[in-house]
Write a protein that binds this ligand. Structure first.
Ligand SMILES: Nc1ncnc2c1ncn2[C@@H]1O[C@H](COP(=O)(O)OP(=O)(O)OP(=O)(O)O)[C@@H](O)[C@H]1O
Ligand SMILES: [Mg+2]
Length: 258
């Protein structure tokens, strides 16, 4: 059975895209069939895997076909990455989608309708969300079985979480009662700094009883940032480093969660 995981946090730059790529490639290396969806007009997932930002067939075209009721091959937008994951790309044209969605019925479910057409072909579909709680993110959360929340252990991180958790609870009530929280993942963790330790502890104290928080955090490393600019995953860039080994632990946790 296919599991759909949204990687979401409306706070920008907390490693949503990096986590989507790393988790996706890690699951593919474990023999799973994996599709990554770029649900962000910034197109960072697309570019972060080395694809062009000028592609004609993208997530936007696929969602438009659903909205207009146009019959087409749902696989038309799919790209294959050398590291064994499939990708549905996006670019800045996707930014018009939030507005288009506002004017139609069942606007929260367009992405779900699309993913249903692909579900039989994948074990995991990971959705890289944009840094906002607009219609595209609502679509991702409505389509997902679970949401994984990357959090950078900074002072204001807990604030943003309150908002995100409210939205998740609204989505459960209205569109997707079975939506689970895969877990909170601390990213870009400056492990040795007391400030990061304090901020992680504050989030554990506030949410640890209700929400799973991964024991393993992702350290801030030069190699992870460099991998992104090379268009490859941390597993291909520096497979023996701390970045790869910490993401491997998260891959194992997600596999266990199945
Ligand atoms: N563990 C890490 N160590 C060092 N740099 C990292 C790490 N994780 C991510 N980065 C870098 O931080 C930047 C932001 O990461 P990323 O793009 O994954 O965040 P994001 O949450 O997807 O951002 P946005 O909200 O804009 O979509 C990127 O340049 C990425 O290479
Ligand atoms: Mg991103």
């Amino acid at each position: 059975m296919c599991r759909v995981i949204a990687i979401a946090n409306q706070k920008g730059g907390v490693a949503k895209t990096t986590t989507t790529i790393s988790l996706g490639v890690g699951l593919a290396q474990a023999g799973k069939r994996v599709l990554l969806i770029d649900a962000d007009p910034q197109g960072h997932l697309t570019m972060g895997l080395g694809f062009s930002k000028n592609l004609r067939v993208t997530l936007k075209s696929m969602m438009e076909n659903i909205i207009m009721g146009i019959e087409s091959d749902p696989r038309e937008a799919i790209l294959h990455h050398a590291e064994g994951v499939d990708v549905i790309p996006s670019n800045k044209l996707l930014s018009g989608m939030d507005m288009s969605l506002l004017t139609i019925e069942d606007r929260e479910k367009v992405l779900k309708e699309y993913l249903v057409l692909l579900e039989t072909e994948y074990d995991y579909i990971l959705i890289d969300c944009m840094p906002s709680l607009g219609m595209l993110t609502i679509n991702a959360l409505s389509a997902a079985d679970s949401v994984l929340i990357p959090v950078q252990p900074q002072f204001f991180a807990a604030d943003g979480l309150v908002e995100l958790l409210k939205v998740i609870s609204g989505i459960r009530k209205r569109f997707n009662p079975d939506l689970k929280i895969e877990g909170i993942l601390f990213t870009m963790d400056s492990c040795r700094y007391n400030n990061a330790k304090r901020n992680k502890q504050a989030i554990r104290d506030a949410y640890g009883n209700d929400i799973r928080i991964f024991d393993q955090s992702i350290p801030r490393t030069e190699a992870i940032a460099e991998a992104t600019s090379e268009g490859i995953s941390i597993f291909a860039y520096d497979k023996r480093g701390k970045g790869a080994s910490s993401y491997s632990v998260i891959v194992e946790e997600v596999l266990k969660n199945a």
